[in-house]
Write a protein that binds this ligand. Structure first.
Ligand code: MN3
Length: 202
């Protein structure tokens, strides 16, 4: 058994103008594809290749660094494509997730500010996260392709929402203006998917 590149759940240009077509083509077709290829290669000689990716990530400290980088890359991007959706600008989380965000951050706007700050402040390449941790929602960030499911993570938890802040995610359209990319991200957040993940951990 080996890992495979999932198809994008929408067309490459579907998230325009917030995320551009060329970025999506390269990000999914080259970057994500490479994580999948290299993850399979890095697992070839280990006994872990038949395990689930979640199980691998939870034990990643025992595995070669290539598994951490490419396994994280595969998990993160597979989730990321589904955390975005066309034609959802202006929507916000409702139901149990909306209530929990209000309870744990004070308001949706305060959550957005905290998440955006984590995404801006992540030095170099990495991810910003909304995670479920011990019954609470918390904002976190990780370097490289690490994520909060890894046993190596500083802040562990179950991701509800994540944002890729590697330059490859925004440089073609936004160049060095990471804050503009982060502001645009809020126009494509698939809150139904975040709510689905939140309900699954509860
Ligand atoms: Mn990426």
């Amino acid at each position: 058994m080996s890992f495979t590149l999932p198809e994008l759940p929408y067309a490459h240009d579907a998230l325009e103008p917030h995320v551009d077509k060329a970025t999506m083509e390269i990000h999914h077709g080259k970057h994500h594809a490479a994580y999948v290829t290299n993850l399979n290669k890095s697992l070839e000689t280990t006994e872990w290749k038949s395990r689930s990716l979640e199980e691998i990530l939870a034990n990643v400290s025992k595995l070669p660094i290539a598994v951490r980088n490419n396994g994280g890359g595969h998990w993160n991007h597979s989730a990321f494509w589904n955390w975005m959706k066309p034609k959802v600008a202006g929507t916000s989380p409702t139901g149990k997730l909306g209530d929990a965000i209000k309870k744990d951050f004070g308001s949706f706007d305060k959550f957005k500010e905290q998440f955006s700050n984590a995404a801006v402040a992540r030095f170099g390449s990495g991810w910003a996260w909304l995670i479920h941790q011990d019954g609470k929602l918390v904002v976190a960030s990780t370097p490289n392709q690490d994520n909060p499911l890894m046993d190596t993570a500083e802040t562990r938890g179950i991701p509800v929402l994540g944002l890729d802040v590697w330059e490859h995610a925004y440089y073609l359209k936004y160049q060095n203006r990471r804050p503009d990319y982060i502001a645009a991200f809020w126009n494509v957040v698939n809150w139904d998917e975040a709510a689905r993940r939140y309900a699954a951990v509860k």
